[in-house]
Design a protein around this ligand. Structure first.
Ligand SMILES: *[C@@H]1O[C@H](CO)[C@@H](O)[C@H](O)[C@H]1NC(C)=O
Ligand SMILES: *[C@@H]1O[C@H](CO)[C@@H](O)[C@H](O)[C@H]1NC(C)=O
Ligand SMILES: *[C@@H]1O[C@H](CO)[C@@H](O)[C@H](O)[C@H]1NC(C)=O
Ligand SMILES: *[C@@H]1O[C@H](CO)[C@@H](O)[C@H](O)[C@H]1NC(C)=O
Ligand SMILES: *[C@@H]1O[C@H](CO)[C@@H](O)[C@H](O)[C@H]1NC(C)=O
Ligand SMILES: *[C@@H]1O[C@H](CO)[C@@H](O)[C@H](O)[C@H]1NC(C)=O
Length: 509
């Protein structure tokens, strides 16, 4: 007990340090991105956060644009750009709501005086900034709506945002090959609600750009061809007006570490080569993608993946097991996926979230699910699953065996549960409402169950296969499991679930 409290204090301390580190004004360019750890949703109000481990070697290393830039737009509560940045940090939820008064320090600035004559290259810190200036001014003409008067700051020769000067949304850094010539390396328009038909001719013309964050704007068209940008590694165009088929231009950006396309109007199939991108974050939720999830899913090195709320059909690819060392959270939620759950899901030994709720999956829960020793949130509600809920899966909620805190199985056709499951119902870990379990309250009407029983049973040949030992963990892990449970965030605390969040909306003051 005492121990646990102490370690909680320790954790809190670490979190605080971590926060301070981010909130400190970034000085100079001591940023080595190898060392950067990413805080996701570090709730100041006490909800525990997740820390994603170090990001990969940055194209712009050793000093990254994200580190040396001042905090992005409304960032009073959040660290400066993190990468990979789970998009909808508290600062920039995906929204559809009309813009409200903007808390950004940027929009409150008085715009710099208009220059009296046309600016010349010698007016700028270096020729790269002059070139960027030309590109920005061209793009400015294409902006058809700017509710926060952001573009009013885009005048004069001082482009790089620093403190309270420079162009809102533009952050500079010397490119690796020209360290002493700082130029635009990062564009952060999150929450600006700028409207333009396209960002073609803009970001693709900023040759030293590494990061484009444009969550919650009204940019149409699609992702431009960025292959000419050697340092580019992060794109967030979530909650814009992008349409058409999957933006094939991203497929050649194999070193992209962060790809966020959620909350747009993309449709059609997702190409298999998306799983060749060496990305950590792949957010595709809330579009209109359809067709099957490509069979090579397991090739992806991504840690966080969301397919949720599209129109995907077909099975969950069996190759998913190949991602066993890297995949931490995955959401298939809210599609029309069908077929048996592949036993290979049970190989995901690092996964904390597995969510295939609200689909059309059939057959039993494979016994391999009892191997998901790290899983905290397991949602299979709203499918057509049947048979017995395996005892080994329910045992994962016992800290001797696993870390499960939420097992959602409501709205299926299960007919029985293992003995370890019974106790979990009372303590709100397991939800089996709306099934066909006799003697259990809140089940389907008997005739529904009878009708389902008469249908042909799906054949799931590997459902009995158990690719691990289901023994108790050693005692040393028991404690670790208990702590994990203390720390386990509520559903809203996970990176992928956050990506689903409806607008938090900026509150009217
Ligand atoms: C401005 O818009 C036009 C037409 O949509 C496009 O061809 C051009 O590349 C854009 N230029 C910039 C700098 O955004
Ligand atoms: C933007 O500028 C216009 C005119 O300069 C002004 O009327 C308006 O109030 C400004 N809007 C905001 C949100 O500051
Ligand atoms: C993107 O541009 C590069 C070089 O300009 C070109 O080789 C490539 O074919 C283009 N990619 C697409 C998908 O058009
Ligand atoms: C991707 O990164 C690797 C290793 O840093 C590098 O060798 C390769 O050229 C990069 N590829 C592209 C297309 O940037
Ligand atoms: C997966 O788990 C292994 C063993 O616990 C660990 O070494 C590895 O770092 C984990 N991978 C990720 C991406 O967290
Ligand atoms: C458990 O998971 C379900 C499905 O994802 C979710 O609706 C519910 O809110 C979760 N319960 C808790 C206590 O986190």
């Amino acid at each position: 007990m005492e121990d646990r409290r102490r370690s909680r204090h320790l954790l809190l301390l670490q979190l605080l340090c971590f926060l301070c580190w981010f909130l400190l004004p970034c000085s100079g360019s001591n940023g080595n991105r190898e060392a950067i750890e990413i805080g996701i949703g570090i709730g100041i109000g006490g909800s525990p956060g997740i820390v994603i481990g170090g990001s990969p070697e940055p194209p712009h290393s050793p000093s990254s644009p994200s580190r040396s830039s001042p905090p992005p737009p409304h960032s009073s509560t959040s660290p400066p750009h993190r990468s990979p940045t789970p998009p909808h940090s508290s600062t920039s939820p995906p929204h559809r709501s009309p813009p409200l008064p903007h808390p950004s320090s940027c929009s409150n600035r008085s715009p710099p005086p208009q220059p009296l004559r046309e600016l010349q290259p010698c007016d700028f810190a270096n020729i790269l900034q002059y070139r960027a200036y030309k590109v920005i001014q061209n793009f400015r003409k294409n902006i058809t709506c700017d509710p926060y008067n952001i573009t009013a700051t885009w005048v004069g020769a001082q482009i790089c945002s620093k403190g309270n000067t420079g162009y809102c949304g533009f952050y500079c850094e010397g490119p690796p090959d020209k360290r002493n010539m700082p130029t635009v390396a990062s564009v952060d328009f999150n929450g600006y609600y700028l409207e333009a038909k396209t960002v073609r001719g803009f970001i693709d013309q900023l040759p030293d750009l590494a990061i484009f964050h444009a969550n919650s704007n009204r940019f149409g068209d699609t992702v431009p061809n960025l292959t000419q940008l050697p340092f580019f590694y992060e794109i967030d165009v979530s909650n814009n007006l992008q349409t058409g088929c999957f933006p094939n231009n991203v497929l050649s950006l194999v070193n992209l570490s962060f790809l966020d396309l959620r909350y747009n109007g993309y449709s059609g199939q997702v190409p298999p080569s998306v799983f060749d991108i060496q990305t950590q974050v792949l957010f595709l939720n809330n579009n209109k993608f359809n067709g099957e999830i490509p069979a090579n899913l397991g090739k992806t090195p991504a840690n966080y993946i969301t397919f949720a709320y599209n129109d995907f059909t077909g099975p969950i690819p069996r190759s998913i097991g190949q991602a066993c060392n890297t995949l931490l959270e995955i959401l298939f939620l809210g599609n029309r996926l069908s077929g048996c759950l592949p036993y290979e899901i049970g190989l995901l030994r690092n996964a904390t979230v597995f969510d295939a709720g609200s689909n059309q999956l059939t057959g039993p829960i494979p016994l391999s699910f009892g191997c998901l020793k790290k899983v905290e949130q397991l949602n299979l509600a709203g499918n057509m699953l049947s048979g017995e809920v395996p005892d080994s899966v329910c045992r994962l909620a016992n800290s001797k065996y696993g870390r499960l805190v939420n097992l959602s199985l409501s709205g299926n056709y299960f007919t029985s549960v293992g003995p370890s499951c019974v106790g979990l119902i009372g303590c709100n870990v397991l939800d089996v409402k709306g099934n066909c379990i006799s003697g259990m309250p809140g089940q389907r009407p008997a005739q529904d169950c009878a009708r389902f029983q008469k249908q042909a049973k799906p054949v799931c040949p590997t459902a009995q296969y158990v690719p691990c030992s289901l023994q108790e963990e050693e005692l040393s892990l028991e404690k670790e499991g208990e702590e994990a449970r203390d720390k386990a965030p509520t559903v809203a605390g996970y990176s992928t679930y956050k990506a689903l969040r409806p607008p938090e909306g900026k509150k009217n003051p």
